[in-house]
Design a protein around this ligand. Sequence first.
Ligand code: 5GP
Length: 205
Amino acid sequence: MNRGTLYIVTAPSGCGKGTILENAADKHGLVYSVSATTRAPRTGEIDGVHYFFKSREDFEEMIKNDDFLEYAEYCGNFYGTPRDAVEKLIEEGKDVLLEIEVQGAMKVMDKLPQAVTLFILPPSVRELKRRLLKRGTEAAEVVEERVKKAICEIPFAKHFDFVIINDDINNAIRDFDACIIAAKHLRKCHGKDIDNKITEVLENE
Ligand code: 5GP
């Protein structure tokens, strides 16, 4: 059976990724990887569905046990991708969606260069701040901290395969969809793959 594809999506908080990702997951049968976090659940968030909510001690224990494919600290909380769950899904041929911040995304790119990477940009920092304040899930000082974080994250977009600008949600959904379709059709060549491919081309004189 063919192994599944890993899609890494990074979008600074407030980029409106939720709707874009739900649409892509539905349309392309992508399976969300559920991360572990030390952040407190927001209203409506369910343990095991949105995140595995962990104490700091439990999270540190998981780090010690090498349970994470990657983990990072973001605005004072830990977030991590459980390694076994992702590997099992990929092995089963499922296409998996990792929705993670920049540091984690860069680590996974390093370990798994065959992953397809997408970055969702807000149209501006001002708009991002407006959306975060309107969402109202975080206190004003947390919004400030997330905006600062976004300003640091945005330049990393250049390391991703695809960059989508969410200035209009319907356009962003369409663009994201086009990227997934392109990624499915274009076989990505990286590292050893490209060496093998070049050898194969040269050998067939
Ligand atoms: P939030 O608190 O808004 O749910 O998430 C904060 C940030 O953590 C978001 O940028 C989200 O993409 C990121 N995040 C969620 N899960 C993970 C994870 O497993 N690893 C890393 N590195 N970042 C994550």
